[in-house]
Design a protein around this ligand. Structure first.
Ligand SMILES: O=C(O)CCC(=O)C(=O)O
Ligand SMILES: [Fe+2]
Length: 311
């Protein structure tokens, strides 16, 4: 098994009037990828590599600061947006049975004007660069959600209509910048990974990576290494979307292992976790009762309790 590569050029961010025939072809390709593999590489999406590099370079400056300068931006210190902010090394366990992940993260969940952003001289432009990237990811995600609905012969708005509030405090969609520092093998705890095995929680995730390291689980249950294709975006189905589509689209487990012994490299990635509105009631879109209705907000809270420990 490998991850399919699909040319999204027909519906890229720069395209205004989409050609129906091309859209049809695109939706067939996405359907195959999302029903069989759960992951797809999109090329020609309209988000260019230079944009991705700019965000990663700026985030890295934040992560390389001493912890005391990052502390004021910690996750859970923003009143109306509990997931917003910095997550320190080993705090999150994406696989709760393993030690904390060897990664740091910065979550951008709220774009509310009252949010306090890093603003030291070294980080000039941090807010603007991240905010504009958030908007690009939002636009692309909405396009992908539309094609996904079409691919299942559903009303093209069925997913979109639950994603109207991305970027507000009523929607948990998050741009997460991830930094995996160099690993000194002797110090890693038994079973510790850069990112434990997990599946994502929301509707879909866009992932931008600066290097290899990600592994994805196949149907046979083996993990395969995913390449890093410059300019291409990895898009995967998350758990709530699998439930929404009564398991037609599959949300598969993935992980990031420790680097090989002696490899002192770092890794960076940007994940755009797309979620429906907190209040959106998710019911199986085929009309079945395979899963009981759940609000996106309640579902997400339960998942966070598992990965950060119940408080
Ligand atoms: O860093 C990566 O490539 C994967 C991160 C990931 O899967 C996640 O944060 O959900
Ligand atoms: Fe993930």
């Amino acid at each position: 098994m490998s991850i399919p590569v699909v040319d999204f050029g027909a519906y890229s961010l720069s395209v205004k009037d989409v050609d129906d025939k091309q859209l049809h072809k695109l939706s067939a390709e996405l359907k195959t990828a999302f029903t069989e593999v759960g992951f797809v590489f999109l090329k020609n999406s309209g988000i260019v590599q230079e944009e991705v590099d700019r965000v990663m370079d700026m985030s890295k400056k934040f992560f390389l600061q001493p912890d005391q300068l990052k502390q004021p931006f910690s996750r859970k210190s923003f009143l109306n947006s509990p997931n917003h902010g910095w997550v320190s090394l080993e705090t999150e366990r994406l696989n709760p049975r393993r030690p904390g992940d060897l990664k740091e993260a910065f979550n951008i969940t709220s774009l509310h004007p009252d949010i306090k952003w890093p603003s030291s001289a070294a980080l000039t432009g941090f807010q603007e660069i991240h905010t504009s990237f958030f908007q690009l990811c939002k636009e692309l995600s909405l396009r992908v959600l539309r094609v996904m609905a079409q691919s299942l012969d559903l009303d093209p708005d069925v997913f979109l209509s639950a994603h109207r509030l991305i970027g507000t405090d009523e929607n948990a969609t998050t741009l997460r910048s991830l930094y995996y520092p160099p690993v000194n093998g002797e110090k890693a705890k038994e079973g510790q990974l850069r990112c434990g095995e997990h599946s994502d929680y929301g509707s879909i995730t866009l992932l931008f990576q600066d290097s290899e390291g990600l592994q994805v689980c196949t149907r046979a249950g083996d993990f395969i290494s995913v390449p890093s294709i410059p300019g291409a975006i990895l898009v995967n189905i998350a758990d709530l979307m699998q439930r929404w589509t009564s398991d037609q689209f599959v949300s598969v487990r993935h992980r990031v292992l420790l680097p090989p012994v002696g490899d002192s490299g770092t890794r960076q990635s940007l994940a755009f976790f797309v979620h429906p509105e907190d209040e959106a009631l998710i019911t199986c879109c085929d009309g079945s009762n395979k899963y009981p209705p759940v609000t996106a907000g309640a579902y997400l809270l339960e998942r966070f309790n598992d990965s950060y420990g119940r408080s």
